[in-house]
Design a binder for this molecule. Structure first.
Ligand code: GYE
Length: 307
């Protein structure tokens, strides 16, 4: 054995872990930062990454997972575009003894043995933080407060939960009314298009925009300016993520607040992958630490913002 190892030194080295990752797509600045984080963390950890971009289509993610199973990867990482419809393919991974780590977005599978852990944000809490900020901001004002909502991708965990958390907080306030709510698919272009339609239908009736992510808010800001109104002044703007674009909009006074959602999950994912391959048991839920930024806090934090 020693002679063989001298002839082939790699026989002593540990086998490289192979991680197949099924990503949602490239729909937003958050997603771009998330993808970069995963790719660079894999490199740093010496993990071989097989990366698939599903272009926001579940069928593409299912195909990617089946191909990871066929290639016998060691671990599968999945950020599921929507919550439902995962049981069959996750059972296939389980039957092949390949552990699945969920990152960012959740699945609604009743059988939690289909994945080893779910790491990411508490989207209901993010929606609540947005609602709580608005309650504080509108304190003592008479109302009515007319809100339009740009929802994320239909059926996705962040769209479902951010809607619910926000509604839970403002629901008890008779001044607050969501007058329009529609999906903008988490993209800037769709956010702009839907906001244009809201403005056409409601005009100066709109007091607040609640967007489920920054990109849709940035698109909406363009639509508001083109309609001759002042974003951040005539219409209060709230969004979720905390990407540079939103921080810049806040510094320019065009957005009022952002609820942070941290996309830099790569290092945590790689350490979880190593633990799972080493046979360690992971906690079923790994939460991301996050906060809320107002305009003045955004100005202070902008120079050191990482995404
Ligand atoms: O907020 C949005 C992205 O799942 C948390 O997906 C993620 C969301 C994020 O497209 O910008």
């Amino acid at each position: 054995l020693v002679a063989a190892a001298i002839a082939h030194p790699s026989a002593f080295a540990q086998k490289k872990i192979v991680l197949g990752f099924a990503q949602v797509g490239a729909e937003s600045a958050w997603r771009t930062a998330n993808t970069e984080s995963i790719k660079s963390a894999a490199k740093d950890a010496g993990i071989e990454l097989k990366f698939s971009d599903a272009q926001q289509k579940q069928e593409n993610q299912i195909k990617a997972i089946r191909s990871f199973i066929a290639q016998k990867v060691d671990v599968i990482g999945l950020s599921p575009v929507v919550e439902s419809g995962w049981d069959t393919v996750l059972q296939e991974a389980k039957a092949a003894h390949i552990p699945v780590i969920l990152t960012d977005r959740a699945v609604d599978s009743k059988d939690t043995s289909l994945y080893v852990t779910f790491m990411g944000s508490d989207f209901i809490e993010e929606g609540k933080r947005a609602g709580r900020w608005l309650e504080e901001f509108e304190k003592g004002k008479p109302g009515p407060i007319n809100i339009v909502e740009l929802q994320g991708t239909v059926g996705s965990a962040p769209a479902i939960d951010r809607k619910k958390g926000f509604a839970d907080v403002i629901g008890g306030d008779p001044r607050m009314k969501i007058i329009r709510s529609q999906t903008g698919d988490f993209t800037l272009a769709k956010g702009k298009e839907v906001m244009e339609a809201f403005l056409k239908a409601e005009g100066k009736n709109i007091n607040v925009l609640y967007a489920h992510n920054d990109d849709m808010a940035l698109g909406a800001i363009q639509a508001i300016e083109e309609a001759g109104l002042k974003p951040g002044v005539d219409i209060t703007i709230i969004s979720i993520d905390g990407t540079k674009g939103a921080f810049e909009a806040m510094a320019a006074g065009k957005q009022n607040v952002v609820v942070e959602c941290n996309p830099l999950l790569g290092p945590q994912l790689m350490s979880a992958a190593k633990d799972v391959v080493a046979g360690k048991t992971l906690p079923k839920r790994i939460l991301t630490n996050e906060t809320v930024y107002t305009q003045s806090q955004a100005v202070a934090a902008l120079p050191s913002r990482k995404y």
